[in-house]
Design a protein around this ligand. Structure first.
Ligand SMILES: [Zn+2]
Length: 351
């Protein structure tokens, strides 16, 4: 079995909803459930040895706008969120992550050595991420506290605007160049992440914001869960020019399993063949090289291909990569080694 370290999931969102409905998120993760995509038993079956787990503040359930006669759609950008309620939800999700660790259900990893040890021990290696920084205020005080709780990765914005910058809408076809980039405070956030050693994730940010981070950061450029715009023209995917910059910085893009970002028609239809995943991987590898492509499933955050179904189906993608002709060392890079390399760099580890 090929162990996978995956660059993006929303399991904390599902577990938080379970908690809000009176359930026990730790028991759900440990014992397993038929809901959603990730829990300990299904991760074990699928070789999902670890991943970057998002603290995401929901904008309500996102409903994609129905396509028009041409198959085009443009879902309006979600409204900005309030700080205090966002902070509360962010704390609740961080608390679930900490309780999972206290229960031995997973390990919160702060170094790549932590990740390798957890994977060797057969314990899910979780890296805490914040997807949209609405729980952080302009003086960045909360950043230090979340860092102390284990936060080692963040995306300044989700697909909405906040005090740090601007996000792209869910729309097809659309360029990622949909508006302004980082605010002045956004630039300060990037500098603080460089100082602390927190990976900066460019998924969901406008193209302008992407270039703003690129000219400011000392880290490799990372889009944790984004695909090729040339194949699926949604605003969330990466243009060739963005991929060239990622390659230049020795960063990476993680393949998003979301069918809306894989299918040529960008429809939310689970009947999406594995060949659509391979087409995006092939394109990204062709453009950026085998060192700059990885996986970023978006498990528990999106509709994934029916053949994958959930974390237990992860090895079907590995088998498809083998069938497509990827060598064992290439598959190891795609499945985990590229993520471990860029995390080590962002976290100031000596090579
Ligand atoms: Zn996302």
């Amino acid at each position: 079995m090929e162990l996978v370290f995956d660059g993006h999931n929303d399991v904390l969102l599902r577990l938080w909803r379970t908690m809000k409905e009176g359930g026990d998120p730790v028991a759900e993760f440990l014992k397993g459930t038929a809901q959603g995509h990730i829990d300990a038993p299904r991760a074990k079956i699928g070789g999902l040895a670890g991943g970057i787990c998002a603290i995401y503040i929901p904008s309500g359930d996102l409903i994609l706008k129905e396509p028009d006669d041409n198959g085009h759609y443009e879902t309006p950008l979600a409204a900005p969120l309030e700080y205090l309620s966002s902070l509360q939800i962010g704390m609740e999700k961080a608390s679930i992550a900490l309780r999972l660790e206290q229960a031995g259900a997973w390990r919160l990893c702060r170094t790549t050595a932590n990740i390798r040890k957890a994977m060797a021990d057969g314990v899910f290696a979780a890296v805490l991420h914040m997807e949209g920084c609405e729980p952080i205020s302009a003086n960045l005080a909360e950043l230090d506290v979340f860092y102390a709780a284990g936060l080692r990765s963040l995306g300044p914005v989700w697909s909405r605007h906040n005090i740090f910058g601007h996000g792209v809408p869910f729309a097809y076809p659309m360029s990622p160049d949909t508006g302004p980039g980082l605010t002045d405070i956004g630039f300060e956030l990037v500098k603080a992440c460089n100082r602390l050693g927190i990976l900066i994730d460019l998924a969901h940010i406008t193209e302008k914001g992407f270039w703003d981070v690129a000219k400011t950061t000392d880290q490799p450029l990372i889009a944790s869960h984004s695909n090729a715009h040339a194949l699926t023209q949604v605003a969330r995917n990466l243009t060739d020019k963005q991929m060239d910059a990622i390659k230049e910085s020795r960063g990476l893009a993680g393949l998003n399993y979301a069918v809306t970002m894989l299918r040529p028609d960008a429809r939310d239809n689970a009947a999406t063949p594995l060949s659509d995943m391979i087409r995006h991987i092939d394109y990204m590898v062709e453009r950026m090289g085998i060192d700059c492509v990885a996986l970023g499933s978006d498990f528990d955050g999106a509709t994934v291909p029916a053949d994958i179904h959930d974390a237990a189906g992860n090895q079907k993608l590995v088998a498809a990569l083998r069938d497509a002709g990827y060598a064992p060392e290439d598959i190891a890079k795609l499945c985990r080694e590229n993520w471990l390399r860029v995390l080590g760099e962002a976290w100031h580890e000596k090579a």
